[in-house]
Design a protein around this ligand. Structure first.
Ligand code: CA2
Length: 161
């Protein structure tokens, strides 16, 4: 069977600083460690991942707009833009691909301004509070969602009995 298109994993502002500060909130792993974890998990499920980080809202919007036809699904930790960016939400709303939102920390145990996420309004599902492991779990869940979609597409192309 043909390899599905890669899964896009997007990381927003300041996540490039992971592992250097605030390990009690965000864990000790660097973003490179998390990428390696995602690559391993994806490989175990026959998937490829395209892992990116930007501190710029417009860059994230450009990457999201380029998803159709190129990526099978999106996993996103939009960082602080999760709580502020209508632009990121509007771009995500244009997608038909499965979308999983990830946060390292449990945003609901933190300051009230982190309790609202615009990204959640477009997400298929959300994982938060499980640290770096949340990314690997998201890749695993994404593999299932993509597999279900492929199955539904295949069934739809078969003649009915
Ligand atoms: O828990 C998460 O994954 C967050 O998306 C992380 C964002 C925060 O604004 C969200 O509310 C929750 C912040 C990422 C900042 O990462 C840092 C890493 C090391 C040192 C300082 C910040």
């Amino acid at each position: 069977m043909a390899m599905p298109k890669p899964v896009l994993i997007l990381n927003g502002p300041n996540l490039n600083m992971l592992g250097r500060r605030e390990p009690s909130i965000y864990g000790a792993e660097s973003l490179a460690d998390i990428e390696a974890m995602c690559q391993r998990e994806a490989g175990a499920h026959g998937l490829e991942v395209d892992f990116r980080q930007s501190n710029h809202e417009g860059q994230l919007v450009d990457w999201i707009q380029a998803v159709p036809g190129r990526h099978a699904g999106v996993i996103i930790n939009a960082g602080a833009y999760s709580h502020t960016s209508v632009a990121v939400l509007d771009a995500l709303r244009l997608l038909d691909e499965p979308l999983i939102e990830v946060h390292l920390s449990n945003i609901y145990r933190r300051e009230a301004f982190r309790h609202r996420s615009y990204v959640s309004l477009a997400a298929t599902g959300i994982i938060c509070g499980l640290g770096a492991r949340g990314y690997a779990l998201a890749v695993r869940a994404m593999a299932e969602l993509i597999g279900q979609q492929a199955q539904a597409t295949w069934s739809g192309t078969q003649p009915s009995p």
